[in-house]
Write a protein of this length. Structure first.
Length: 318
């Protein structure tokens, strides 16, 4: 049986500190939709926030474990150092003004592989990028986004990994169907075939790079898409011939397997279904705390431990 191709990223998961500040930045400043408020299944006293397009489509989902008072992380070798979003050509001036007005530290990176890039940090120092390009795709903007439709974030462009050596990481990406398509200095770009969101993985190679420290602003893992459970199991068989891989984990909104590529970055493969409307309608995504059935008997205790948050919704008017 031929393996169903991996078309790109499913989601990226990171650490944050203050839950309310994290929620406000990604919804009110970046204009993403808060598609799910749940908890870290391994640590139910911690939130797990999901942001994305209006439906939380695979390829648009940025998730966070916000730990109040967490110390800031330090990026290093074997980590995802930058997460990039796609925006249409001509949008970077708008975003530069918007982000600067909101107090974000913004840097015009200039051209990279013939694309204009804007680099900035979220309130916890997580490095984000906006990449303006002609095939950014159509917008499925949050119905509450304050960003004009012509400038809204479309979803992921890709991620940047920092590695001390390229060879073993390249072998893993090649096994996953990512082709080496470009090189610029010590940056090598890999891409999946097709035009899906988040189909690019850049690897920056620095043999002298130090190792980092996990904390607020650090990426915990990046997840790639599996179209369904059957495809995920086939990929698991393929991966375990080369690397250690977990059993399938039920994350309610998708099913996951995890493995660490040789350079140290934690990879996940997550299924597209069942999606975020599994336990609440699309009209009210993210408005109530959702937890899996097996945690419901502990709901009162969990809610008592979680910091209160307020979702501010601003409808876009024509």
């Amino acid at each position: 049986m031929a393996l169903k191709p991996i078309v790109g990223l499913h989601h990226v998961t990171a650490y944050a500190s203050d839950p309310q500040r994290n929620l406000d930045f990604y919804t009110e400043v970046l204009g993403l939709r808060f598609v799910k408020r749940t908890v870290n299944f391994d640590d139910p006293g911690t939130y797990h926030f999901y942001f994305g397009d209006d439906a939380g489509s695979p390829g648009t989902i940025l998730t966070f474990f916000p730990w109040p008072h967490a110390t800031r992380g330090i990026a290093g070798a074997g980590e995802t150092t930058h997460t990039a979003f796609s925006v249409p050509q001509g949008s970077l001036d708008y975003w530069h003004k918007r982000l600067t007005a909101e107090g974000a530290l913004v840097e015009k990176t200039g051209k990279r592989f013939d694309e204009e890039v804007l680099t900035f940090a979220d309130p916890d120092g997580m490095k984000l990028e906006l990449v303006a390009h002609s095939d950014a795709g159509s917008a499925k903007a949050s119905r509450f986004s304050p960003v004009p439709p012509e400038h809204v974030i479309r979803g992921f462009f890709g991620v940047t990994l920092l590695e001390r050596d390229l060879r073993a990481t390249e072998a893993t990406l090649t096994m996953m169907g990512f082709e080496r398509i470009a090189e610029e200095g010590n940056r090598v770009r890999f891409a999946a075939a097709g035009d899906a969101l988040g189909r690019r993985v850049d690897v920056v190679v620095d043999a002298k790079a130090g190792y980092g420290r996990a904390g607020a602003g650090s990426v915990h893992h990046i997840a790639f898409r599996a179209p369904d459970d059957e495809a995920q199991l086939e990929w698991r068989k393929e991966i375990e011939q080369r690397l250690q891989v977990t059993t399938v984990q039920d994350r309610t909104y998708f099913h996951s397997i995890y493995f660490r590529e040789p350079g140290g970055v934690l990879f996940e493969m997550a299924t597209d279904p069942p999606g975020f409307t599994l336990d609440e309608p699309i009209e009210s995504l993210g408005e109530e705390l959702r937890i899996p059935e097996w945690l419901e008997p502990r709901r009162a205790m969990i809610e008592q431990r979680l910091a209160p948050i307020t979702l501010h919704k601003e409808k876009v008017t024509a």
